[in-house]
Design a protein around this ligand. Structure first.
Ligand code: 5GP
Length: 207
């Protein structure tokens, strides 16, 4: 098993998790790898295939499921979303910390399959703020916003199953906090086996 850690980031649509991930990657391009998901939803203006998502037809997506190519997948507001498996494990093997930005059902599937995964739930400080951010995004119809808020009500029910809750009030502060979580996870004794063994070896000669 590689020494990279897997961070699964969820939270309401509009919580700012995408922006937090982007800033983290800009600050530490060598340390993190962001997984690019497959989806059947239409690209938003400015999104390109292979960058934000791999855009697939329903038939293509279902073939990926059948071929066992996905680590997890879920349906979210009328579309499929899923994480290609190979990339995640290749990057962990290379020692990268891998970031998955996925919704709750997928995150819980990941935790079952890979219990070492660290689950982080990002939330704005209030529902009022969440609604404001969705409206300001300008890409969503009122009906889509309604569906996303309804989905948020479902997702918050699972928040207690996450390892960390990250409040995104101030963006810079949220990125700093995320970084602290990453650091703390690396310091876990379970993730320091190599160092502990080396210390044991070196001290073995001191008896
Ligand atoms: P959006 O349409 O706003 O890009 O994404 C909608 C939701 O799908 C977000 O909560 C996002 O985190 C989630 N999502 C994106 N990729 C994946 C994925 O690969 N798997 C799962 N389960 N959810 C995903």
């Amino acid at each position: 098993m590689g020494k990279g850690l897997l961070f699964v980031v969820s939270g309401f649509s509009g919580a700012g998790k995408g922006t937090i991930m982007k800033m983290l990657l800009e600050r530490f391009p060598e340390e993190f790898s962001l997984s690019v998901s497959a989806t059947t939803r239409d690209p938003r203006p400015g999104e390109t295939d292979g960058k934000e998502y791999f855009f697939k037809s329903t038939e293509e997506f279902e073939a990926m499921i059948a071929d066992g190519m996905l680590f997890e997948f879920a349906r979210y507001v009328d579309n499929y979303y899923g994480t290609p498996k190979q990339f995640v494990f290749d990057e962990l093997e290379r020692g990268k910390d891998v970031l998955l930005e996925i919704e709750v059902q997928g995150a819980l599937q990941v935790k079952l399959q890979y219990p070492k995964a660290v689950l982080v739930f990002v939330t704005p400080p209030s529902v009022e703020e969440l609604r404001r951010r969705l409206e300001n995004r300008g890409t969503e119809t009122p009906e889509k916003i309604r569906k996303r808020i309804a989905r948020a009500a479902e997702e918050v029910k699972e928040a207690e199953q996450y390892d960390y809750i990250l409040i995104n009030d101030d963006l810079e502060a949220a990125v700093d906090d995320f970084q602290k979580i990453v650091k703390a996870e690396h310091y876990r004794s379970a993730n320091q086996a190599e160092l502990i063994n080396r210390l044991k070896d070196e001290l073995g000669g001191e008896k």
